[in-house]
Design a protein around this ligand. Structure first.
Ligand SMILES: *Cc1c(COP(=O)(O)O)cnc(C)c1O
Length: 518
């Protein structure tokens, strides 16, 4: 590649040969086209993995010395396809049924490529991202609109502080920013003075179903880990317990977090009831709704009612890379009061002091990629009607899964699904369903999941969750979890994965080694 000379007096321009730009560009173009073909083949694959190896075997294959000489790009791409790609997880495979980060929406893939090529930097607007900044504000406004948050008139959008939110790298970052807002709300000025009274910065979360990002974010932003866990009932706050906690910790609580779709069962909180309980106990408490999953409920008239009341929360987190088939990483945090982010803005003479510089309102971030173009493309490509159809299909797939589970006596469902997740257990045939051995059931399901992952042909997720009352209320269970987000799921996949789990379950209980280990 020919570089522009840094100092003309040292490298006179005339001493450089002109680069054979056309040929080179043509070669690059055809190579990049072949890369798209490789990517499409990968995503279209039925299987999750092309090859499955233990971590040490992958380590020994991949960790090598940095070579002295370069490798021609075509050769390098072939090496990637042989060495790395077969081991990559294809979450767009219809056999990957544990999560839904498929990243396979065609419009969002186009947006991802175009944002990479255009290399805009949303830290500034004027010279750095003249149009991208406004496309990002448009996406934030569409998102607010779906959630029921009011937008200012376009002519009143005179700075980034009227965008009503920021795009971030994920739900974890969005929740962290929401906790910063809560902290600043509780102790105004702590951005300047530091935290003077950490005893006031406790955060209420529902026990056993929360996402680790809230606890972690409190540690990251200097609040300590003052999490108050409140008992749940059917994966929602036990409202009496919530009221008692608000009373017992009066003055100490900076925020209450409600899950509009928790990360295990996707159960949506009774958002109105939690809002009312909190506001009547102490109206100064920051109310945060984590809608990383629940945002999807807003897509369809059939599910929208589930998140009624979310527009009353001070901040809301959404995670499109989980629910909109958008490639990583796109999340956003929205605020009920459009200008709320001003409280945690920062200034530097390295960021343009201009009205539309997102660098001023995005904590922890300097150079800021145009990740929202993926979402701009996806939302425009589908429109409101398209999003509704996507969500309606997921709910239909979920009903099909539930019917299939219920038709098989070996399975127990832990809840009725609000959205796109179902947690369930395989019960060994010799268990007494009225007096089951929970420890054994947990061990068997843990072993099933271990074998499922090692095999790699199907994927379900696993976690611990308090028993909502199926066997012994509050006892920790280790269920498997199916998710109905992947657009390629058909009935044969539902039948296939359950057949496989049943056969693994029978293998586990018949395995003398497993029985001995226990
Ligand atoms: C996944 C998830 C997060 C974190 O999102 P990332 O994009 O993984 O950072 C936060 N909250 C909930 C409820 C989640 O499910």
């Amino acid at each position: 590649m020919t570089l522009a000379p840094e100092r003309e007096e040292i490298h006179p321009i005339g001493s450089y040969q002109p680069a054979p730009a056309v040929t080179r560009d043509d070669q690059v173009r055809s190579l990049l086209r072949s890369v798209i073909d490789t990517g499409m083949e990968f995503k279209g694959r039925e299987q999750i993995y092309g090859e499955r190896l233990a971590p040490e075997a992958i380590r020994d294959r991949v960790l090598d010395e940095f070579p002295e000489t370069g490798t021609a790009l075509p050769e390098l791409i072939e090496e990637f396809k042989a060495k790395l790609l077969p081991l990559c997880k294809n979450e767009a495979s219809p056999q990957f049924l544990g999560f839904g980060d498929t990243g396979d929406d065609p419009a969002s893939l186009a947006g991802g490529l175009l944002s990479m090529f255009t290399q805009q930097n949303l830290i500034n607007q004027s010279f750095d991202s003249p149009s991208a900044t406004f496309a990002e504000i448009a996406v934030l406004r569409w998102t607010r609109d779906l959630l029921g948050l009011a937008n200012p008139a376009v002519s009143d959008v005179t700075s980034v502080w009227q965008a009503g939110g920021v795009v971030t790298t994920g739900g974890t970052m969005s929740n962290t920013i929401a906790m910063m807002l809560a902290r600043e709300n509780k102790i105004p000025g702590s951005m300047q003075t530091g935290i003077t009274d950490p005893s006031k910065l406790a955060v209420v979360v529902p026990r056993g179903i929360g996402h680790y990002s809230v606890r972690s974010s409190l540690a990251w932003i200097g609040c300590g880990s003052a999490v108050i866990e409140v008992d749940t009932d059917g994966f929602r706050y036990d409202l009496d317990a919530l009221r008692r906690a608000l009373e017992a910790h009066q003055g100490r609580i900076m925020a209450v977090v409600a899950y509009a779709g928790d990360s295990r069962a996707h159960t949506v909180e009774d958002l109105h009831a939690v809002h009312d309980a909190v506001r009547s106990a102490d109206p100064s408490i920051w109310l945060h709704a984590d809608a990383c999953w629940g945002f999807a409920a807003t897509f369809s008239p059939a599910t929208k009612h589930l998140v009624d009341g979310i527009e009353l929360y001070d901040s809301i987190t959404v995670d499109p890379h989980k629910v909109m088939a958008v490639p990583y990483a796109v999340s956003a945090v929205l605020t009920r009061e459009v200008g709320a982010l001003r409280a945690i803005s920062s200034h530097s003479d390295l960021i343009m002091q201009e009205d539309f510089a997102f660098g001023q309102v995005t904590p922890f971030v300097g150079s800021k990629p145009w990740s929202s173009l993926k979402l701009w493309m996806m939302m425009r490509a589908h429109g409101r009607a398209g999003l509704a159809a996507i969500m309606d299909r997921r709910m239909a797939v979920m009903r099909g899964f539930v019917a299939e589970l219920d038709a098989r006596p070996a399975f127990v469902r832990l809840h009725d699904p609000d959205l796109t997740a179902q947690a369930f257990l395989w019960i060994p045939p010799d268990e007494d369903h009225t007096m089951p051995d929970i420890e054994r059931i947990n061990a068997v399901n843990t072993e099933i999941h271990k074998r499922l992952l090692a095999d790699g042909s199907w994927h379900l997720h696993q976690f611990t969750i308090p028993d909502p009352g199926r066997f012994e209320r509050g006892r920790l269970l280790r269920p498997l979890r199916f998710m109905s987000i992947n657009r390629r799921i058909e009935r044969r996949h539902v039948v296939g994965v359950l057949d496989f789990v049943e056969s693994l379950g029978r293998q586990v209980v018949a395995d003398p080694n497993f029985t001995k280990e226990r």
